[in-house]
Design a protein around this ligand. Structure first.
Ligand SMILES: [Cu+2]
Length: 130
């Protein structure tokens, strides 16, 4: 009887830890803030975003007033997230199923938020300049 009670407690503990881990990865995904996807290359900042069944990270934080490249990465993406639209800079393009596509963005003012989306407006991503 004692062993049964102990193993029940064990199962509950493991279950709790599993749920907590799922919850924190969900929050990370939603905030997108903990992912460092902005690097500098030859005086330009490069923002890397992966497209496949949506965009990751959904929110990127970048520096204002410097030339910027958005590097869209795909690996076996055959869904509509390979069709990318960024209305405020007049960008519209198709990503290859696998590869990298650089989108050049002029320097943005602090406080600007670029909105990107798939061709149907179903998947979205944001780049906040500050
Ligand atoms: Cu779509």
């Amino acid at each position: 009887m004692k062993t049964i009670t102990l193993s029940l407690v064990g199962i509950l503990l493991i279950g709790g830890v599993y749920l907590a881990a799922q919850e924190s990865s969900y929050q990370e995904e939603m905030s997108g803030g903990s992912i460092n996807n902005v690097t500098m290359e030859n005086g330009k900042q490069v923002i890397s975003i992966t497209a496949r069944g949506g965009y990751s990270p959904k929110i990127s934080v970048a520096k204002a007033d410097i030339p910027t490249t958005i590097r869209m990465k795909t690996q076996g993406a055959f869904d509509c997230s390979s069709s990318v639209v960024i209305p405020s800079i007049g960008y519209q393009g198709y990503l290859p199923p696998t590869g990298e596509t650089n989108i050049e963005v002029p320097a943005q003012k602090a406080g600007t938020t670029l909105q990107g989306m798939c061709g149907m407006g179903m998947y979205r991503f944001q780049i906040q300049f500050s």
